[in-house]
Design a binder for this molecule. Sequence first.
Ligand code: E4P
Length: 215
Amino acid sequence: MKFFLDTANVKQIKEAADWGILDGVTTNPSLIAKENAKFEDLIKKICHIVLGPVSVESVSTKAEDIIEESRKLAALADNIVVKIPICLEGLKATKILAQEGIHINTTLIFSSMQALLAAKAGTRYVSPFVGRLDDISHEGMNLVDEIVTIYDNYGMDTEIIVASIRHPLHVVEAAMIGADIATIPFGVIEKLVKHPLTDIGMDKFLSDWKKVKKT
Ligand code: E4P
C-alpha cells in the first residue's frame, strides 16, 4: 500500500520523506492557500523533495481550458499528476491528456459510477473522499469497497487513492479493503506509529537497562 501525504506544507513533506514511508503527495487549492507561498515555486520545491507523484489541481472548468492548464502544470516537473474534478468537461480533457501521457488524478469522487467513468476515460488515479461522506452520515469506506470490486471485475488498472482521511481507522479500513493508496494528513501519519503499550515497553526496557552492570 502506498502512503501519500495530503498537504502542501514543505516542512511536513521533508519530515515524512525522512521517515522513509512517503510515496507521494496530494495537494488541492485549499491546502495550497494555507501556505502563503508563490504557487509555482511551492510546487517545484515539493516535486524536488518527493520522488513519487505530486498531485496538483486544475481550476479550469471547460475542457479546452483544463487541457491547456494541465499541460502547463505537467511541465513544472516530471512527477506532476494533474487533479481534475469529476465532471463531463473533465472527462473530455482526461481522455486527451491521458493520450498525451499526462497522469490524471480524478478528484471529488463521491460515487462508484463517477470512478468507473473516470477509469474509462483513462485516468491514472481516482480519489474517493471518505471523510466528507462520513460527515453527511454516509459510510465513506463503502464507496472504496465498491470501486475496488468494480475495477477488479473489469481488470481496470486505475489506482484508488483513499482521500479525505480523518483518523487512523480510515487507514486501517482502506488497507483491509486493499486500496492502492491512502493520502493522509501529517497528524494522522504521526498517530499511526503510536501505541501506549510500545511507550510502556520502551520505558521499562530503558529503566531495566540502567540496572545492568556494564563492566
Ligand atoms: C485529496 O486529494 C484531498 O486533498 C483531501 O484528502 C481532502 O480532504 P478533506 O476532506 O479533509 O479536505
